[in-house]
Write a protein that binds this ligand. Structure first.
Ligand SMILES: [Zn+2]
Length: 248
């Protein structure tokens, strides 16, 4: 079984000088497939170049809600063209934290990308921060039936609403680092067959620390400890889920 980091940003500038070493460290620990989620149009060529260089990088292309104001409808056409070579659409979604683009605008870009995912029969990679109910509303409106809500930070009831839409729940460093009662309760209850593991590297480890895909093992260890299961069981099942969702 090759373990899969189901969400990272290896096209980020912080990996520019040592990505080969970063990937090797991950592979030495058994993490050997990497799903790179797109964030904005100006990164798409860079992502494509990485995929050509490294055969175990798999690209999703999309427009992150934080950056939707940088885009015009022409970019949606460009995205449409790129999706023939993609494993998913995203990351797209909704974010209700302060100082983010207007929620109506975010919703337009989110639903437009969900529609593209349907058109190309691809799963969607969804970013949802303090917006789970609105995300579910958009998924139902567009009849989106396949994807993952990555870096999930909600409770089991919110997770179940997403599972009912056919979505996986992406568990990463951010949730497990909180050690909140809510996070622990979710990790105990959420069935493994609905869970994906991710690092969100270089994010997810705090402000000044660059996260790396090898930390997927750390995520799995913490999830396994809370669930009183073997880390390999968590890694195997979640990687199998990712393999099926993204067809990689
Ligand atoms: Zn991300």
């Amino acid at each position: 079984m090759s373990w899969i980091d189901s969400h990272c940003h290896l096209d980020h500038a912080s990996f520019e000088h040592d990505l080969t070493a970063v990937l090797q460290r991950a592979m030495d620990d058994g993490v050997s497939k990497f799903v790179v989620a797109g964030t904005a149009f100006h990164q798409w060529d860079n992502q494509q170049a990485l995929e050509q260089k490294y055969p175990n990088i798999y690209n999703a292309y999309g427009i992150h809600p934080w950056f939707c104001d940088l885009h015009t409808e022409e970019h949606l056409e460009q995205l449409d063209d790129r999706l023939d070579d993609a494993i998913a659409v995203g990351e797209c979604g909704l974010d209700l934290m302060p100082n983010k683009p207007d929620i109506e605008k975010q919703t337009f870009w989110f639903e437009a990308q969900l529609a593209l995912a349907k058109k190309h029969d691809l799963p969607a990679i969804v970013h949802s921060v303090k917006a789970h109910d609105l995300v579910v509303r958009s998924l139902k409106k567009v009849k989106s039936s396949r994807g993952v809500v990555h870096g999930f930070s909600g409770n089991m009831q919110q997770a179940q609403a997403l599972i009912d839409c056919g979505y996986f729940i992406g568990i990463g460093t951010r949730l497990i680092k909180t050690h909140s009662d809510k996070a622990i309760a979710l990790l105990r209850e959420l069935p493994l067959r609905h869970m994906l593991l991710e690092t969100d590297a270089p994010d997810g480890m705090g402000k000044d620390v660059r996260n790396e895909p090898k930390e997927l093992i750390l995520v799995a260890n913490i999830v396994a400890k809370i669930r009183e299961q073997a880390p390999e069981t968590v890694l195997d099942t979640c990687s199998q889920n990712a393999k099926e969702l993204f067809d990689i």
